[in-house]
Ligand binder design. Structure first.
Ligand SMILES: O=C(O)CCC(=O)C(=O)O
Ligand SMILES: [Fe+2]
Length: 197
């Protein structure tokens, strides 16, 4: 059966965009900056919505759903269903991100970690192969600066003698290309470490 979800997707996109703006304002204030500082840098200018489908896997011990990685962008807003399988690396321990009805999973991406000079960290995460009989579905919206020529790196306000800049200034397209080069085969934090000073 084909279900036309076009209107729902458009509606979801609208809501998620508003939420991303609110989150960026809060994240900006959390850094001690003016509330619009991050938004003014155009760092959520573009977004990509990805629907992911994890079919039942007959041999889940022999494979993974998505291997450990960090998201390259600035912010990810993820809606997962009730199946579970997503885990986040918390100080070296893999923790289940248990599905909570009506809740969204918000992740910081590598580019935002670089902008805020490690004040916020992009979380390494992975998804198990699906051992349940029903398929798992998730919808992720990845926000990024787009392919403008703007360079992103530690904000001057967040850099001092005690806290020197930890990253180069780079265009998001360079981050993306590096991440695509590596794919998901590298270390979870490979891409961001490549730009570390
Ligand atoms: O499906 C999920 O729960 C997470 C997907 C994910 O990590 C990604 O697409 O980057
Ligand atoms: Fe991810």
């Amino acid at each position: 059966m084909f279900v036309d979800g076009r209107e729902e997707v458009i509606e979801w996109d609208k809501e998620v965009k508003q939420l991303a703006k609110r989150l960026m304002r809060l994240l900006s204030e959390g850094l001690g900056l003016s509330r619009n500082r991050l938004l003014q840098m155009s760092c959520i200018e573009r977004r990509l919505m990805v629907g992911q489908y994890y079919p039942h896997c007959p041999e889940p011990n022999k494979t993974v759903g998505i291997t450990a990685h960090t998201d390259l962008e600035t912010l990810t807003i993820l809606l997962q269903d009730q199946c579970g399988g997503l885990q986040v690396n918390c100080h070296g321990k893999w923790i289940d991100v248990k599905p909570v009805h009506g809740a969204l999973v918000i992740s910081i991406g590598d580019t935002l970690q670089m902008i805020c000079n490690d004040e916020y960290k992009s979380g390494e995460h992975r998804v198990f192969a699906n051992c349940l009989s029903e398929p798992r579905v998730s919808v992720a919206v990845f926000f990024d600066p787009g392919i403008s020529g703007i360079e992103y790196g530690p904000l001057p306000e967040l850099v001092s003698q005690e806290k020197p800049a930890l990253y180069q200034q780079v265009k998001f397209s360079d981050v993306l290309n590096k991440g695509l080069d590596t794919g998901l085969e590298g270390e979870g934090k490979y891409t961001i470490n490549y730009f570390r000073l």
